[in-house]
Design a protein around this ligand. Structure first.
Ligand SMILES: [Mn+2]
Length: 330
């Protein structure tokens, strides 16, 4: 069996109600690393420890973990009533993960979640497989989600408030935050200013954090490509942020074009050459986890979403092996 000489870890996401069949499926694909999304009812100390033990018994390594309600909390992101309780919860959950030996947790400053025109629609570019479709003009017509407009500056102030409470705690426990961009990365949606819509926003966030090693990123290649030039040059940004030790995990995904309209596609079908992206990760010396975050969904009689993930993960693994072979010869 071949390992990965680059040190990049092929990872897949599981939920905290994963079955033995889910674990077996991962081992059969040759995956040894997992990202765990804890369900709301599984975020207490005992549930987390029980699940982590089960994962390890299944010979899998947990690189990072989170819980959607804790890392996407409107009260925290918008400075509403309940913000301090939300931040306390974030710190408490981070402490539990840290005690369980999980070194990284998530953050996306996205009180309305990932927005799509259709989360699972048939577009033009995904070979008849339902996939995520986004039309920014249509999203822009949606009403305010939280009663009024929240400017980007106001949202940045809330982020700064969060960092002030969380960073000292996380520094003392050696816990890290993988900050994901806003998806789709446009200035505002539903009246809410978006925090991270460019590589420049990441630089601003890291500087606000005083370059604390506790704040890093989930480098979502998909979001970079959705934003296109206004997000940044993905190849140059990989080199920069890997070089600075800021990339804690990677989402490997392609899209049909940059905003205002895009569809999620198979890795080989989008507008980016994903082999170039993979070579950049290998050449820049990235050694962390890498996962496929979303996929077009295959027909249910042939494995549905699981088959779609297996296909894309296999494709990503092949690109990694090829990139390692080429980089070793160079
Ligand atoms: Mn992503």
């Amino acid at each position: 069996m071949r390992g990965y000489q680059s040190g990049i870890q092929v990872q897949h996401q599981i939920f905290s109600d994963a079955t033995d069949g889910d674990f077996l499926f991962l081992r059969q694909m040759g995956i040894e690393h997992v990202a765990v999304m804890f369900r709301d009812q599984h975020t207490d100390y005992d549930s987390v420890m029980r699940f982590l033990e089960r994962v390890r018994k299944n010979k899998l390594i947990v690189d990072d973990a989170g819980n959607r309600s804790i890392h996407k909390n409107a009260a925290v992101h918008l400075g509403l009533a309940g913000r301090d309780e939300g931040i306390e919860k974030y710190i408490a959950f981070g402490r539990i993960l840290s005690q369980g030996g999980v070194p990284v947790t998530y953050l996306t400053w996205e009180p309305n979640g990932v927005l799509s025109t259709e989360a699972s629609g048939i577009g033009q570019f995904s070979r008849e497989a339902p996939s995520r479709l986004v039309d920014i003009d249509q999203l822009a017509a949606l009403p305010f989600s939280h009663g009024r407009a929240f400017s980007r500056e106001e949202v940045w102030e809330n982020f700064q408030y969060f960092l002030r409470q969380v960073l000292p705690e996380f520094e003392s426990m050696g816990m890290k935050i993988a900050l994901h961009p806003n998806d789709p990365p446009v200035p505002q949606l539903k009246g809410i200013g978006n925090l991270i819509i460019s590589s420049g926003d990441y630089r601003r966030a890291f500087s606000l954090a005083g370059d604390s090693p506790c704040l890093g990123m989930k480098l979502c290649v998909g979001c970079w490509l959705e934003g296109g030039p206004s997000f940044g040059n993905v190849l140059e940004d990989i080199r920069e942020f890997v070089g600075k030790g800021k990339v804690l995990t990677v989402h490997f995904r392609n899209v049909s074009s940059p905003v205002p309209r895009f569809e999620e596609t198979l890795l080989e079908d989008g507008y980016m050459d994903m082999f170039q992206v993979m070579q950049e990760f290998v050449q820049s010396g990235y050694t962390g986890p890498m996962t496929v975050d979303h996929v077009p969904e295959y027909v249910l009689s042939h494995g549905g979403k699981q088959a779609a993930f297996a296909y894309s993960i296999g494709y990503m693994k092949a690109l990694l092996h090829c990139a390692e072979g080429i980089c070793a010869k160079a």
